[in-house]
Design a protein around this ligand. Structure first.
Ligand code: NIG
Ligand code: FE
Length: 386
């Protein structure tokens, strides 16, 4: 197995949980990659001998972003809806149905090409792992094929048949379909099951039923909750002991306490608040209460059409009260935890060598220089991609 030394790293973010600082940052650092894994990290002066050597010229090296929440399988866009929102209209869950019609009309090849393009966009911005949901098919056939498309790109696939009740459909009959034939068809391609628990989508009783059915099929439950207003979703997630609950925009004190007590991670999606002009979630209150916070893109054509975790990190810092270190940690180590993964999100011996080299000397620049394409190169499983 070839070993490669990456050296002359001004700042190496390891996310070592044992370190004194949150990011386990090492200055004047080096890292050894062996095969797909990290074999060694430390000060450059102490680096071992290797087969190959790469000098990154005083740049920062970080774990690749782990984007734990996206909806990449869709067709068409909703630029007009966005423009109308910026003109004063408000966001509503029903817009999803526009994308459902376009997605059903697309071929598998068109959907695959579109996901490939978005995944490539993400890679160029430092994302090395992405979770992808279904949810714009809403028939047994269209949900199963959406997940089959997603599976070509990631093992982190999520069945979201319970995104919204399709037009002209009885809600109870639809829940029966989602927990029956649709789940049967989707489960072979999915690791997770998700429900949009919100007024206008599914209530907490329906969410409970759907997640329980998913569990019986071996899927791991997660939830969209408290995105558009206060509601029971976050407390349900805590009660069920879910790994993560996503959005968490409108939280009451009892929600924060419930998350703290259950250890459920709050995955915040600042691209949504940017694109819907809603208030940003209060990350500071969550962190100060001891709740684990992850950041993801929620990339989708309705509420957040960005594939950029650097943008989300910058928004989290500027608008949500997070420090640059907290935001970077949330988009890497915490994203990995939100997916129940311990092989990614950190650069320590034994972890996957999924990393980015920034054209900047430290992680702070991701928020300090918003909108600037700072990701110089990305390595996936020990191999440079760009
Ligand atoms: O995560 N909240 C539900 N689903 C997406 C939005 C979907 C859409 O508007 O198309 C979200 O924000
Ligand atoms: Fe979402």
């Amino acid at each position: 197995m070839t070993s490669t030394l990456i050296t002359n790293i001004a700042e190496l973010v390891t996310n070592d949980p044992e370190a004194d600082d949150l990011l386990g940052a090492i200055s004047d650092a080096a890292l050894v990659v062996e095969g797909a894994r990290v074999a060694w990290v430390g000060r450059a002066a102490d680096a071992p001998a290797t087969d190959e050597r790469l000098d990154v010229g005083g740049r920062a090296v970080l774990p690749g972003f782990v984007d734990s929440h996206s909806h990449l399988v869709f067709a068409g866009d909703r630029a007009q809806e966005f423009a109308a929102r910026m003109g004063g209209k408000s966001y509503a869950a029903g817009g999803i149905r526009t994308t459902v019609a376009a997605t059903r009309a697309a071929t598998d090849e068109q959907l695959t090409a579109h996901v490939a393009r978005l995944v490539q966009e993400m890679r160029r911005q430092g994302t090395t792992t992405v979770e992808i949901k279904s949810g714009y098919g809403l028939t047994t056939k269209d949900e199963a094929r959406s997940l089959a498309v997603a599976r070509q790109f990631t093992e982190e696939t999520t069945f979201l048949g319970a995104h919204v009740v399709p037009a002209d459909t009885d809600p109870a009959a639809y829940v029966e379909l989602v927990t029956g034939a649709m789940l049967e068809a989707a489960a072979p391609y999915a690791k997770w099951i998700d429900v949009f628990c919100e007024r206008g989508a599914f209530d907490d009783d329906q969410a409970r039923t759907i997640l329980a059915a998913g569990r019986q099929h071996g899927l791991r439950p997660r939830l969209h909750a408290n995105q558009l207003g206060p509601g029971p979703g976050v407390r349900l997630a805590a009660e069920l002991g879910l790994t993560a609950v996503d959005h968490c925009t409108f939280l009451e004190h009892a929600d924060v306490v419930a998350l703290r007590d259950s250890g459920t991670i709050a995955t915040l999606l600042p691209g949504v608040e940017f694109s819907t002009r809603q208030p940003y979630p209060d990350a500071r209150a969550l962190l100060d209460a001891g709740v684990g916070v992850a950041i993801a893109s929620d990339c989708n054509p309705g509420s957040s059409f960005t594939s950029s975790l650097p943008l989300c990190v910058a928004l989290a810092v500027r608008e949500m009260g997070m420090t640059p270190a907290e935001a970077v940690h949330a988009a890497t180590a915490m994203g990995a935890r939100a997916l129940g993964r311990d092989d990614i999100g950190a650069l320590m011996p034994g972890k996957r060598a999924d990393l980015m080299v920034l054209d900047a000397p430290s992680h702070v620049h991701l928020a300090y220089r918003p909108g600037v394409p700072l990701v110089q190169s990305v390595w996936l499983g020990g191999r440079p991609q760009m």
